[in-house]
Design a protein around this ligand. Structure first.
Ligand SMILES: Cc1cc2nc3c(=O)[nH]c(=O)nc-3n(C[C@H](O)[C@H](O)[C@H](O)COP(=O)(O)OP(=O)(O)OC[C@H]3O[C@@H](n4cnc5c(N)ncnc54)[C@H](O)[C@@H]3O)c2cc1C
Length: 305
């Protein structure tokens, strides 16, 4: 059987794409191995009607909604190869099964690579986060850290100061801030610590102190950390273009440079990353798939007349 669309990745981007496709009577297979970026956290904020929801509960509700649409099937397995053969895509899973699709939506997300600071993973998603717009409210008015050893330190510190007056930037020995940036931050009450971090201290994911190379311990109750972003999946046979941040480049309709391949959500790494933005992009990708299939149908018919 040839399905209309294979959606790879079942986070908010892929789930919403599948919803719009299912409602458009498109035969759709959604593949998901359930390893989302936000698996480290227990609350997702900022999605209207779902503020504070557990990420897996979000997914459960979404999958229940999809089950109403007979044209949508969910395959809970990883896709590891996609080949384009003539105008169709062969989608191969980890179990060796091969599915054929007219269109492919990539909604595979990204992964963060955290800086090598001892115990950092224990705190990430519980009291250390990457997006102030997602988790700043919960940390408001507390003594916060911005842990950043690259150029984004300046921007992140400015943003975080929106939620608390007590911000210290820890550059982890990188001295990454220019003189001008340091002066501006200090003039707004933001402190800078350029010492190397030895370890993070706290219990059950709740940060209490940051220990530095000179053995001083600085009390902090949470904060934000800059991580490196990498694609959660890559498909060698698809030669899509990447943007400067390593995200898949698309047009405004989520079309990549490969005909028939669309990308949405975090995998595009195109700016702020949030559930609601990913879901919106998924919807747009599905609309684009529909638009393209409709155009193909009518063009075919024109040629035959
Ligand atoms: C600590 C933390 C806290 C966050 N808090 C919030 C918040 O409060 N509010 C908010 O809006 N956002 C929050 N986010 C961001 C949010 O999680 C992401 O923006 C959102 O999940 C992106 O959705 P997505 O569908 O693009 O990708 P994901 O949610 O990452 O989903 C991608 C899915 O694709 C699957 N997949 C990947 N490769 C394959 C493959 N080859 N085959 C099959 N399946 C595959 C993955 O297993 C995963 O299930 C947070 C992120 C983190 C890390």
């Amino acid at each position: 059987m040839i399905v209309d669309c294979a959606v790879i990745g079942g986070g908010p981007a892929g789930l919403n794409a599948a919803l719009v496709l299912g409602r458009s009577r498109r035969q759709t297979i959604l593949f998901d191995d359930n390893k989302p970026r936000n698996a480290v956290t227990s609350e997702s904020h900022g999605f209207i009607t779902r503020d504070g929801i557990h990420p897996q509960e979000f997914k459960r509700i979404a999958q229940a909604e999809l089950s109403k649409y007979p044209d949508v099937t969910i395959e809970k397995q990883r896709v590891y190869r996609i080949n384009k053969e003539n105008e169709f895509f062969q989608v191969e899973t980890e179990k060796g099964e091969v599915f054929t699709a007219k269109k492919v939506i990539l909604a595979t997300g990204f992964k963060e690579v955290l800086p090598e600071i001892p115990r950092v993973k224990e705190f990430y998603g519980k009291s250390l986060f990457s997006c102030p717009f997602c988790d700043g409210w919960e940390l408001r008015d507390r003594p916060l850290a911005v842990i950043a050893d690259d150029k984004k330190a300046f921007h992140m510190a400015k943003v975080v100061s929106n939620w608390t007056d007590d911000v210290i930037i820890f550059t982890n020995g990188s001295n990454v801030l220019s003189q001008e940036e340091q002066e501006l931050l200090k003039s707004k009450g933001i402190r800078i610590n350029d010492k190397k971090i030895v370890t993070l201290i706290g219990e059950e994911g709740m940060l209490e102190k940051i220990m530095l190379e000179d053995e001083t311990e600085v009390p902090r109750e949470g904060g934000f950390i800059i991580a490196e972003w990498i694609q959660a999946a890559s498909f060698d046979s698809l030669e899509y273009t990447l943007n400067e941040q390593g995200g898949i480049e698309t047009d405004n309709w989520q079309r990549t440079n490969i005909e028939g391949v669309y990308a949405c959500g975090d995998t595009r790494i195109a700016g702020p990353t949030q559930l609601i933005l990913a879901a919106g992009e998924g919807s747009m990708a599905a609309i684009a798939v529909n638009a393209d299939l409709i155009e193909e149908k009518f063009n075919d018919e024109k040629q035959h007349n």
